[in-house]
Design a protein around this ligand. Structure first.
Ligand SMILES: [Fe+2]
Ligand SMILES: [Fe+2]
Length: 200
């Protein structure tokens, strides 16, 4: 799917469906982090359209936060403090290390946009799996919710890849770097295994 170099293991879907409460709590944190990340990129935007795209994205992620919080409320669950996020942390570390000579501000922005694109791509892949798994388990309402989010994440992936082309100043260069980081993302997924979390 999209640019991903490794599919999510089948075992992940079973674990996720067996511990939906854990998945939903982790998911709420992911949406919150997606909004925070988009906002943190606004001061680094290279143009007003780039800033506007990031603000619109943050708006939508905030709407997703509220929707997942509604589901937590229905289940009597609390958000709590964010769990450690080794997936995003390792991805950023690998992006850093893969430019041994250091990065200028533009390269740093490009990498942040591409890491965000990869995170959206992985969420997109997993929301598809969740939507199908939930539909198969007769949980139609939650399946429809994840179907809607699957479409949103595919759109967000495209937004970040478009912005990365602007940051790179060259579409081919952005694609090449996306390919490098997608390999790193696959390694991180292999290392983390299949916990009941959106990026576990
Ligand atoms: Fe979202
Ligand atoms: Fe998103």
């Amino acid at each position: 799917m999209l640019c991903l170099t490794r599919p999510t293991p089948v075992a992940w879907v079973t674990k996720a469906l067996n511990d939906l409460d854990a998945v939903l709590i982790d998911h709420a944190h992911c949406e919150l982090k997606a909004a925070q990340n988009a906002l943190s990129l606004v001061p680094r935007a290279l143009s007003r359209p780039m800033a506007d795209a990031l603000l619109s994205l943050a708006d939508e992620e905030m709407r997703h936060v509220r929707q997942v919080l509604d589901e937590l409320d229905r289940r009597g669950l609390r958000l709590g403090t964010p769990p450690p996020d080794p997936y995003a942390a390792e991805l950023r570390t690998l992006a850093n290390r893969s430019r041994p000579g250091g990065r200028d501000a533009r390269q740093a922005l490009l990498d942040r946009l591409l890491v965000a694109a990869l995170i959206e791509a992985r969420s997109c892949e997993r929301f598809r799996l969740l939507a199908d798994g939930l539909a198969g388990a007769g949980q139609a309402a939650l399946a429809a919710f994840y179907e809607e989010l699957f479409e949103a994440e595919a759109r967000h992936y495209r937004v970040f890849t478009e912005l990365s082309a602007e940051a790179a100043g060259d579409r081919a260069l952005a694609r090449q770097r996306l390919g490098e980081l997608a390999l790193a993302e696959g390694q991180v997924c292999d290392k983390l295994g299949a916990a009941p979390a959106i990026h576990g």
